[in-house]
Design a protein around this ligand. Structure first.
Ligand code: CMP
Length: 133
């Protein structure tokens, strides 16, 4: 099973992404591919298609196109669930110590990382992030 973890622009900007990569490795997540990618608006909108029409959508697209992200393809038996447990809930204020969003998130929008919520979403998101045809 594969999934996508994406480190968001503000974390990349402040140089904290190597710490997150080190934490992933120390927790034995297997990284198969990794890339620094600058999303254009059309690509970010396609990536977050399920949120189109929600009040936070325009601001989310501004944020996600404000600088490059780091995309990581992870592989493991239950990696979709395991990485979501490791990042914590969407709102960093509700995240538990030890989770990435607790450590690096600063608001519900600037929540440090994104992880696919299902194997189907992972397939689509990996293809978009890595520009697979
Ligand atoms: P992510 O897991 O990447 O999925 C959608 C993103 O929209 C979310 O993390 C946040 O960055 C952003 N967002 C902003 N406001 C909200 C909100 N009220 N609920 C959910 N997601 C939000």
């Amino acid at each position: 099973m594969k999934t996508l973890l994406m480190i968001k622009p503000d974390i990349v900007e402040r140089g904290a992404y190597p710490e997150i990569i080190a934490l992933l490795l120390r927790n034995r997540f297997a990284i198969r591919r990794m890339a620094m990618v600058a999303f254009d608006r059309a690509t970010a909108e396609r990536f977050y298609d399920v949120h189109r029409g929600k009040d936070f959508f325009p601001s989310l697209i501004d944020y996600m196109t404000g600088g490059p992200v780091v995309a990581l393809e992870l592989e493991g038996a239950a990696v979709v669930e395991d990485i979501r447990a490791f990042i914590g809930p969407t709102d960093p204020a509700r995240a538990k110590p030890g989770t990435l969003r607790f450590m690096y998130g600063t608001s519900i929008q600037c929540n440090a990382v994104h992880a696919s919520d299902s194997p189907e979403a992972a397939k689509k998101e990996i293809a978009i992030a890595f520009g697979d045809l």
